[in-house]
Design a protein around this ligand. Sequence first.
Ligand code: ADP
Ligand code: MG
Length: 230
Amino acid sequence: ERAREILERAEERGDNRLGVEAMGLLDAYGIPTPEGTVAETPEDAVSAAQDIEDDVVMKIVSPDILHKSDIGGVKVGVSPEDVYDAFEDLVTRARNYQPDATILGVQVQEMVDLDSGTETIIGMNRDPQFGPLLLFGLGGIFVEILEDTETRVAPVSEREATEMVEGIRSAPLLRGARGRDPADREAVVESLQRLSQLVTDFPAILELDVNPLVAGPDGVQAVDVRLTVD
Ligand code: ADP
Ligand code: MG
């Protein structure tokens, strides 16, 4: 019950909004996440990057900053020798944005190949009338522009999850339009079902977004998460 522990720890801190520190929740439900840890010091960040043995992505971890890139809180493609300074820079940016922000650290995360994958979003919003509404759509900038999403009430069957993935207007993009590699749509369907299970098991989760869930030709990677708990 690692998932329960993560939610309890947040409750003890008094946070009802969680970010990437809740990646473990997805992990516990078998939704693939890139390798990553939350470093509390620049030294920890350097050693986390050494474990990854490649360029990394670094993100500010703060319950007060949920849209990290809006404040310059995400650095993609950081080389090992830049990790130390990047840590300090991210913390400085967060402090400049909100001097009294709670800063839990900096996430050091493995790079995910966005060129061969498509950014999608899976999420849940608990509706007072309908209950937990699961959502699927394209992620990144497309989600707002196209308003191309499918929703179903959780828990969803495999068939309903498949309908969601195949039902968006942009589905041909996932099937490999214009010479792109087809995305692993079965893995997307599976992730939706696993998310459905997670929000069914924890009614205290009021809303949750995985954005992006990168759908590659060979599986998916949940790169970012945020959620609100009761
Ligand atoms: P936020 O949504 O809070 O701004 P994200 O973690 O979603 O922060 O990061 C913003 C964007 O940076 C993502 O939509 C993605 O394009 C890119 N990105 C984030 N993490 C990775 C990663 N591990 N590999 C490659 N690109 C990433
Ligand atoms: Mg995001």
